[in-house]
Design a protein around this ligand. Structure first.
Ligand SMILES: Cc1ncc(COP(=O)(O)O)c(C=O)c1O
Length: 383
């Protein structure tokens, strides 16, 4: 039996998602651009998938565009908005703790002559609203802030930022990387005055290699993926039909039961935290109490997180030391920016939960974590 506690890295697809993908692969394999009947049927399936996603996102169908996931969504939105609006200014704002798909895109834009302000965070992983206001300039064209940080679960005040930007006399576009918040926080981009939003399928029990962007219809944006004109010529390329149908199924299941899902995951997180606190000493909790429902980052002092991770995998318990994408590099940029000591960074483990986890699994996992931590501490103290 396995206990999978790495749901921020990816989630297990719902059975309905897999069934829908098998249906798309076996029956609906025609090219949606083909003009024959079989192609038209597939085109209709995509149209319905878009409608379903738009409904749960509180958007118009034409504001939803399919992509290959969070990384591509962030890339094409940030670059596309910067390129389309450079005549109004070349200043961009983001934070120091974004996902690499955002940070490296901004680094690239700097080489193209754009100026980027990277906002600091406090020891809870939060930016200061004052800093954000002070960073705004006459030539700012885009603000890009992640909703939920993937390593510690900090929730940025994107509602407040959106409200503020919407009241400015000049247009400053607002992009939110919602990869870790869509399906974990009850919100709609239009309510928060978000112009652009990135979502990934595999974080919500959908398929990998599929995602979508929400682009408010009034947004001035340039397409950077040119070709046959699919996705209203914003993102060309033959559509990933199994991915799109699977994604829409994942969105439906996630969003239909959103409040219950959030409550369930929050309760599991509380249980995990309380069990760890009452069973294991010398720990530091790096996620704040007001963080997202599914992420809990904890440092086990004196232990290397990576070694604990491998000890746990022997018992089929799967966790992470940071984000899956950056975990092979030394030291998390997020924990460093939060001002953690090196022993705290070294010993950090990210637990991330989903509705597929069970209470008894959490209790069992903590029992094993306790054993492994004690074992490792004895070995280290003998050295
Ligand atoms: C906040 C955030 N943004 C973007 C991504 C990238 O998404 P994808 O894996 O779909 O490219 C991730 C993945 O971990 C993420 O956590």
């Amino acid at each position: 039996m396995e206990i999978y506690l790495d749901n921020s890295a990816t989630t297990k697809p719902y059975k309905e998602v897999v069934d829908k993908m098998v249906y798309a692969l076996t029956d609906q394999y025609a090219n949606p651009s083909s003009v024959h009947r079989k192609g038209v049927i597939v085109e209709k399936e995509i149209k319905n998938a878009r409608k379903e996603i738009a409904k749960y996102t509180g958007a118009k169908d034409k504001e939803i565009f399919f992509t290959s996931g969070g990384t591509e969504s962030n890339n094409i939105i940030i670059r596309g908005t910067a390129y389309a609006n450079h005549r109004s200014g070349k200043h961009l704002i983001t934070t120091k703790i974004e996902h690499p798909s955002v940070l490296n895109t901004f680094k690239d834009l700097e080489k193209d002559g754009y100026e980027v302000t990277y906002l600091d965070i406090d020891n809870n992983g939060l930016i200061s609203f004052e800093d954000f206001k002070n960073a705004l300039r006459e030539d700012t064209i885009l603000v890009s802030i992640m909703h939920v940080n993937n390593e510690v679960g900090a929730i940025q005040p994107v509602d407040k930022i959106g409200r503020y930007l919407s009241k400015l006399k000049r247009k400053v576009y607002f992009h939110v990387d919602a990869v870790q918040s869509f399906g974990k926080i009850d919100f709609k981009p239009s309510k928060y005055n978000i112009d652009l939003m990135s979502v990934s399928g595999h974080k919500i029990h959908g398929p990998k290699g599929i995602g979508f962007v929400y682009i408010k219809e009034t947004t001035k944006i340039k397409s950077i993926v040119t070709g046959g004109g699919q996705e209203s010529a914003f993102r060309s390329g033959t559509e990933n039909v199994p991915g799109i149908l699977g994604l829409s199924e994942a969105v439906r299941i996630t969003m239909e039961n959103l409040k219950d899902n959030i409550d369930k995951i929050n309760n599991l997180k509380e249980l995990l935290l309380n069990e760890i606190k009452s069973n294991i000493d010398n720990i530091k909790v790096n996620s704040s109490e007001n963080g997202v429902c599914h992420i809990l980052n904890i440092s086990f002092i004196g232990i290397k997180g990576e070694i604990l991770l491998h000890y746990l995998e022997e018992d089929n318990i799967y966790v992470s030391t940071g984000s899956a994408c950056s975990s092979k590099k030394k030291g998390s940029h997020v924990l460093i920016e939060m001002g953690l000591l090196s022993k705290e960074i070294e010993g950090a483990i990210r637990f991330s939960l989903s509705t597929m986890n069970k209470e008894e699994d959490i209790k069992k996992a903590v029992g094993i974590i306790k054993e492994k931590v004690e074992e490792l501490r004895i070995i280290i103290n003998k050295r």
